[in-house]
Write a protein that binds this ligand. Structure first.
Ligand code: FAD
Ligand code: NAP
Length: 333
């Protein structure tokens, strides 16, 4: 166990791996897959993982570079990016070139290759809205395959790669279809409107939206450089109308967002806060003072400590609200 992974996961957990191989091309990836005999893990930016122990195996760090405008049409542009490209750098590239669709997803940590895994989303936009296709290498054969949108079964923080195809493919490149002006803007999230109004902006550009999202996120979310975290630890639960009606009777102030299929999405942060966890510290870990959905590492937390806290939170939310919170973060054992 010789390679520390502390700087490779945004929780800042000290865990080790036998070997870390940086993957910079599909060709190299194929060669490595042929040779490898140990179990292995695919790593992007490490912003959505929790390391429970040292890893008995090899970590493949996806660093395939390159952003490219592939096709330039009158109303749309097809942009591709290598799996190792930093997500926010891709957003900045698009915004700078006045290509619309990614601006609401500004400042999400991590890599392009991981973005389809959980259909990353924020402020009313998910990557499924601008996703065109991706290329992935099948682990069993080393062959590349193209997946189009329909094949990915995108859902709320979900895709086929978290279910049926879990552990079977390594994403190497992703294509997005972005708009040329006039752009369709997504301003429905209250906080975006408020920030734009506060800056006196009536007709926002995609640059204005990106700036607003960056401002909101920087003020609300803890920076992993300052305090270890992996963003939202749990998914926001989506519940049936019947359970919601029961809860609403008891908690008339419960924030809720009706979905098109009749279910209701609840902010997990509110449920956790109501169970008394917001800002609570337990040893080296706890929930963040401004956002109860974010579990943090105060410095020397072990992955297992954070996992135990997560389980305790799940139990109390289940007891109080009869809701099972699902972990969004990928647990590595
Ligand atoms: P990693 O953490 O390295 O990996 C995540 C999973 O994907 C692992 O299981 C890994 O094996 C797999 N994986 C990674 N790369 C590949 C690949 N190329 N091929 C196959 N499998 C791969 N998420 C949101 O959806 N919305 C947000 O607004 C958001 N905000 C966040 C804010 C903060 C402060 C933090 C720390 C996290 C946030 N996240 C958010 C979570 C996280 O940033 C995203 O899930 C991101 O896409 C993870 O990318 P990564 O490269 O860091 O993936
Ligand atoms: P927020 O804006 O306080 O909202 C909290 C919750 O309310 C979320 O469940 C959000 O759903 C929902 N919501 C708010 N306004 C909504 C609207 N107009 N329509 C439908 N649902 C609405 O949340 P936040 O914590 O500050 O995060 C802001 C955005 O960044 C959210 O989209 C959140 O998902 C995303 N984010 C994600 C992570 C992560 O790690 N996954 C980390 C930080 C932030 P949604 O979650 O579906 O948006």
């Amino acid at each position: 166990m010789n390679k520390s992974l502390r700087s490779f996961n945004t929780f800042g957990i000290e865990a080790h791996t036998e070997e870390l191989i940086e993957i910079t091309s599909v060709l190299q990836l194929r060669t490595v897959l042929k040779k490898i005999t140990h179990p292995f893990y695919i790593l992007g930016g490490g912003s959505n993982i929790l390391l429970l122990n040292d890893l008995k195996g090899v970590v493949l760090k996806m660093s395939i570079p390159g952003i490219q405008i592939e096709r330039d049409f009158k109303h749309a542009v097809y942009l591709s990016a290598g799996a190792g490209v930093n997500w926010h750098q891709l957003v900045l590239f698009a915004v700078k070139n006045n290509l619309g669709g990614l601006e609401n997803l500004s400042l999400i940590p991590g890599t392009v290759g991981a973005s389809p895994m959980q259909n990353i989303g924020a402020y009313g936009v998910e990557i499924k809205d601008i996703f065109h296709r991706l290329e992935a290498v099948e682990i069993a054969t080393g062959k590349s395959k193209i997946f189009r949108k329909q094949a990915l079964a995108f859902g709320y923080r979900n895709s086929i790669f978290k279910n049926k195809l879990k552990g079977k493919y390594i994403i190497t490149k992703v294509w997005f279809k972005l708009s040329k002006p006039p752009h369709r803007l997504h301003l429905s999230y209250g906080a975006i409107k408020t920030v734009l109004a506060g800056a006196g902006i009536e007709n926002p550009t995609i640059q204005d939206i990106s700036n607003a999202v960056i401002k909101i996120r920087s003020e609300k979310l803890p920076d992993p450089e300052e305090i270890g975290n992996a963003g939202s630890f749990f998914k926001n639960p989506v519940i049936k109308k019947k359970l919601f009606a029961e809860l609403y009777e008891q908690y008339p102030d419960i924030p809720h967002y009706p979905q098109s299929d009749g279910t209701i999405k609840l902010p997990a942060a509110w449920l956790i806060e109501r169970c008394g966890w917001k800002g609570k510290r337990v040893g080296n870990t706890g929930t963040h003072v401004r956002q109860a959905l974010v579990l943090v590492n105060y410095g020397n937390a072990k992955g297992a400590e954070i996992y135990t806290l997560a389980q305790e939170i799940q139990e109390s939310v289940c007891q109080k609200f009869k809701i099972s919170l699902e972990m969004e973060v990928n647990i590595w054992v």
